[in-house]
Design a protein around this ligand. Structure first.
Ligand SMILES: [Zn+2]
Ligand SMILES: [Zn+2]
Length: 163
């Protein structure tokens, strides 16, 4: 990816490395062009540095989209504009035929946040599921003890009855 210009302001994009992912960066607006398949890696790398402390309950304000109708820096066709993670909080632009994403500067941090929050939510759900199964075990144990007690009681009663 060389010699491309920013779809927002037509500045020449710098070719480089962004959080260990190859990306093209606009020095003017800080937007980045990355390969679609690099997105997860980029978000994971960024999350490591940025959002260790967020809670699964954290919330964000929707990011104001800079507008759809972005021309792909590769093939100049209009990129698809869609909500990241199925929400409308962040709208990103994607060119399917070039398999690239254009991400505006503020969008990237928010996507990173959403990604990290989703991870934390998943972990929380797993942990509460574990907690639930622990509780269930205890319940099953109590039932078993109770059953054994009742059986013992009836046995004792039966024995007493015989004598
Ligand atoms: Zn730009
Ligand atoms: Zn394209």
């Amino acid at each position: 990816m060389t010699g491309k210009t920013c779809p927002r302001d037509k500045h020449k994009l710098d070719d480089g490395d962004f959080h260990s992912v190859s990306a093209m960066h606009c020095p003017e607006c800080d937007g980045v062009l990355i390969k679609q398949m690099s997105l997860m890696k980029l978000l994971t790398e960024m999350s490591k540095e940025l959002f260790q402390d967020i809670s699964f309950e954290s919330d964000i304000d929707p990011i104001e989209d800079k507008g759809a109708n972005v021309n792909c820096p590769g093939c100049y066709s209009i990129m698809d504009n869609y909500g990241y993670m199925g929400s409308n909080d962040v709208m990103i632009d994607c060119c399917g035929s070039c398999a690239v994403l254009w991400i505006d500067a503020n969008e990237l941090a928010t996507m990173c946040f959403m990604n990290e929050r989703a991870n934390k939510r998943m972990k929380h759900q797993q942990e509460s599921a574990k907690e639930q199964s622990k509780r269930l075990d205890k319940f099953v144990l109590q039932e078993a003890l109770h059953g054994a007690y009742m059986r013992g009681f009836r046995m004792g009663y039966g024995v007493g009855f015989i004598f």
